[in-house]
Design a protein around this ligand. Structure first.
Ligand SMILES: Cc1ncc(COP(=O)(O)O)c(C=O)c1O
Length: 368
């Protein structure tokens, strides 16, 4: 019999999705359609945002924001040194300059102090990434945005449902983006969303850049836009996912509690820390393994996989990527450390306590 792997991530799907997909199919609206509008409204309502526009993935969502904010080659975008590098990749693609600011070693998130050091006259946007579901220092970062008249983008791809001082992730800054890729808190397979409280003019730009620059007249292109549209079938999945969001979040919260209990007081192992201001929905259970107390992180990942446990390494710091050679910086000490020492443990709705028992007991075998 094939050995069952504890996957690092899995979507939580049931017959609700099946029913909605069939509904979408039967209407024959499989590209655009009523579910798309409904999903956008449902997300806006859930996160309490003025406006949301769906897109085909979280990377397009960021791309769309850069286009709608009229970022031009040579403009600087401040980006965390630790986090999924979609915002940096799109910056490179568009000829923008990614300026990396270091993250806090405990929360894994960018800080207002580190951002402020990097602001110049060319800074046009600050990207905050809510890594692994954490939201950190956003009040202070928003204040910086106001002071220097720079927009703040909340990359909330990993933090759907997390709250900061009572506010939903995605509604805390000027503009935010989500990913609904299959490993995310809620999924549409591939998919994304931009939410904003900015002006009608920006909203109109978002709409046009998403859809070939068309506004009111069919085939009349005001801008050289993209096709970043989400399909009705994907949106139908999103609607069913949002319907059971409370169930999804409840399970994640209880898993986190159990993991915390099991991982407490293990020498050389530190969990990502969430501040008292944050009510997180954990996306993946990230821990730092001390190089002195544990065997090599990548060796452990390999060994765990052989024992049926899929884990992931942390993100690469730009300092470890030849692609970002021009932007390497001595100021990214924490990002560099996390990049080497973070391991992400399985975390999804199908995980059971006995899985966590197995994951933890296997992991601690690799202490030195
Ligand atoms: C923080 C962050 N931003 C952006 C993205 C890109 O989203 P997508 O994979 O939907 O393009 C991801 C995806 O994993 C992410 O984690």
């Amino acid at each position: 019999m094939k050995r069952k792997i504890i996957n690092w991530a899995e979507p939580f799907l049931d017959n609700e999705e099946e029913k909605n997909i069939l509904k979408a199919l039967k209407t024959t609206w499989i590209s655009d359609g009523a579910f798309v509008k409904r999903f956008e409204k449902d997300v806006s309502k859930y996160i309490n945002s003025k406006f949301s526009i769906s897109v085909n993935n979280g990377t397009s969502a960021i791309h769309l924001v850069y286009l709608a904010l009229n970022l031009k080659p040579g403009d600087e975008v401040i980006i965390p040194g630790y986090g999924y590098l979609a915002a940096a990749n799109i910056a490179l693609q568009m000829g923008l300059i990614p300026v990396f600011a270091d993250v806090d070693i405990d929360s894994f998130c960018i800080t207002s102090t580190n951002i402020e050091k990097k602001i110049t006259k060319k800074t046009k946007l600050i990207v905050v990434i809510n890594t692994y579901g954490n939201i950190y220092d956003l009040d202070e970062i928003n204040k910086l945005g106001k002071k220097f008249k720079i927009f703040i983008l909340e990359d909330a791809a990993e933090s759907f449902g997390s709250k900061y001082k009572g506010k939903q992730s995605g509604s805390i800054t000027d503009i935010s983006t989500f990913s609904f890729q299959a490993t995310k808190i809620i999924t549409t397979g591939e998919g994304g969303m931009v939410s904003t409280r900015l002006s009608k003019k920006i909203i109109e730009k978002l709409q046009m850049w998403r859809n070939h620059g068309v506004r009111d007249k069919r085939y009349f292109h005001y801008l050289p836009g993209n096709n970043f549209r989400l399909t009705n079938i994907q949106a139908s999945i999103g609607c069913s996912q949002l319907n059971k969001i409370n169930k999804i979040l409840k399970k994640r919260k209880s898993l986190y509690k159990y993991y915390k209990y099991k991982l407490k007081n293990i020498e050389g192992l530190k969990l990502q820390r969430f501040s008292v201001n944050t009510e997180p929905v954990v996306w993946t259970l990230a821990v730092i393994l001390s190089e002195k107390k544990f065997k090599r992180r990548d060796y452990i990942i390999e060994k765990l996989y052989k024992q049926g446990i899929e884990t992931r390494n942390g993100f690469y710091s730009p300092n470890n990527l030849p692609l970002y050679k021009k932007f390497h910086s001595k100021d990214l000490k924490n990002s560099d450390l996390l990049s080497k020492q973070v391991i992400c443990l399985p975390f999804h709705n199908q995980i059971e306590r006995k899985d966590i028992d197995k994951i933890v007991s296997t992991l601690i075998k690799y202490r030195v």
